[in-house]
Design a protein around this ligand. Structure first.
Ligand SMILES: [Fe+2]
Ligand SMILES: [Fe+2]
Length: 492
């Protein structure tokens, strides 16, 4: 009778139980308990043959390898953008810039060096050679034949030119990182309609307190599943799920998996539909609802004491203009039905384990900066997501240059400003090898993907695409490590 129930349970979810599996289920197997525990397993789109081996891997009825440790995962949403539908007018862009100016100026004014900053219109009342301090948006940046840089800076009261002498090697080096429309602070000597810069400041990030918690628990960071794509790294992702459930890897790796309480995933959950011209041929599931249902089916296999935090990416079923609000409750209904999944906007911030702020940003604006900022190119470009993340922590903004990313002007608050400094900053989007690093005690994690290289990526010259890896951050020690789920590498 109980075996029949089990068959029915799986049949409803499109799994076919093999006779051999039924035969080998031990006589003391607690069917009621099993069905209750796994009640929220979602329906599979394709028929899945559930043989002995797969059953053991996914549900592990032989031994309970994850010992209940009574440590409860806790996720609090700190910042998640909610769209206020409104017709945007030209004046909204003007107000938006004013809002951005005030917020970033406030950050710059936290520096003692800029305490005496004056508005640009007040330069006219100052004497020549007087030491002045100003804050403004970079309107233009030009290099003269002699190697000097001339910047045009603007604030709501006026415009002035700034000269950075070729002799000041330190500042000249910084000029590489200066991008149009960002807000910067300058101290220097007043000349005739020009300021000779001596000091130059980005809003930047102050040193963050390096927090560690008492519990020996971990957070895992993965990104860019692209479920629905024929190139979805299915095998590797299933290995990942088996690993977090305690059924994959060597003893040491199983021990690491046991401590996992959080999975953080910054976007591109699904392949999406109509994302690029060649995509049609690369889709296994052509329906957005079904793509999310498949994501939910996989998530439903992950042990329930783990909290999963996700935000959208440019492949998800949303506008690509940033910020992207939470995933649509219509398209991604199946995900919202899972109690241990928390959905936030992109960018979005959550507090995990009552202590650590995690900033999720998919990374769509990164392309522009990797392609346009020579210092980022020199640092490795797409190969070095951590350098790009540092760059954004210096700017305190995800899209300082207009048109580097589509954005929707918000007249109350600029949601692309990095207002509070997180403990962890995680991105995806690049699909290159994982990069981990640290800037001012902020742990930086540039995730890889779970998608094999696509023809489109290859065509664009992205030939170093990676997949099938995850970053584990232990919250007690703050140590970060990489787990590799690729089979052919034989790392597990
Ligand atoms: Fe992606
Ligand atoms: Fe992406």
């Amino acid at each position: 009778m109980s075996k029949k129930k089990l068959v029915g349970f799986f049949f409803e979810r499109n799994y076919r139980v093999t006779p051999q599996l039924l035969e080998e289920i031990p006589s003391d197997f607690n069917f009621e308990n099993f069905l209750e525990k796994n009640n929220n397993i979602n329906r599979s789109e394709e028929v899945i043959v559930l043989d002995n081996e797969l059953f053991k891997k996914l549900f592990n009825f032989e031994e309970e390898s994850i010992v209940e440790d009574n440590i409860t995962a806790s996720v609090e949403v700190i910042s998640s953008y909610v769209d206020k539908p409104k017709k945007r007018e030209v004046k909204d862009f003007v107000i938006y810039m004013k809002v951005r100016y005030n917020a970033l100026k406030k950050i710059l004014l936290q520096r003692s060096e800029l305490q005496n900053a004056i508005s640009i219109s007040r330069l006219a009342s100052k004497q020549a050679k007087e030491y002045v301090s100003i804050i403004g948006f970079v309107n233009s940046k030009d290099q003269t034949r002699n190697g000097h840089y001339i910047l045009e800076l603007e604030d709501p009261t006026g415009i002035t030119k700034i000269l950075i002498s070729a002799k000041n090697k330190e500042l000249i080096e910084l000029m590489d990182e200066v991008v149009l429309d960002e807000l910067v602070g300058i101290n220097g000597t007043l000349g005739e309609n020009i300021v000779f810069a001596n000091e130059f400041y980005f809003p930047d990030t102050p040193l963050k307190e390096y927090k560690k918690c008492k519990d020996d628990v971990s957070a895992v960071f993965i990104s860019d599943l692209h479920i629905g794509s024929t190139l979805f790294a299915k095998k590797e992702f299933e290995n990942f799920i088996m690993w977090v459930n305690g059924n994959y890897g060597n003893e040491e790796q199983k021990e690491v998996a046991r401590k996992v309480k959080y999975i953080i995933l910054p976007g591109d959950l699904i392949a999406g539909v109509g994302i690029h011209p060649l995509q049609e041929k690369e889709l296994l599931i052509k329906d957005i609802y079904k793509q999310y249902e498949e994501v939910a089916r996989y998530f439903s296999l992950i042990r329930k004491d783990i909290k999963i935090v996700v935000c959208a990416g440019n492949h998800d079923a949303l506008r690509i203009a940033e910020p992207q609000p939470k995933l649509s409750e219509d398209f991604a209904k199946s995900l919202y039905n899972l109690k241990n999944v928390i959905v936030v906007s992109n960018p979005g911030v959550v507090k995990i384990h009552k202590m650590f702020d995690v900033l999720l940003y998919h990374g769509f604006s990164f392309d522009y900066y990797v392609n346009n900022v020579s210092s980022l190119r020199d640092a490795g470009g797409y190969e070095n997501s951590v350098a790009v993340m540092e760059f954004f922590l210096k700017k305190r903004h995800f899209a300082p240059t207009h048109m580097s990313s589509l954005y929707i002007p918000d007249i109350e608050k600029d949601p692309l400003i990095i207002e509070n400094i997180p403990d962890f900053f995680v991105t995806g989007h690049f699909h290159y090898d994982i990069k981990i690093g640290s800037y001012k005690n902020v742990s930086l994690i540039g995730c890889s993907s779970f998608e094999y290289m696509s023809g489109f990526q290859e065509k664009l010259g992205h030939t170093n695409i990676c997949w099938g890896t995850a970053v584990v951050a232990n919250l007690k020690t703050r140590a970060m490590s990489i787990v590799d789920f690729r089979e052919k590498e034989k790392t597990l």
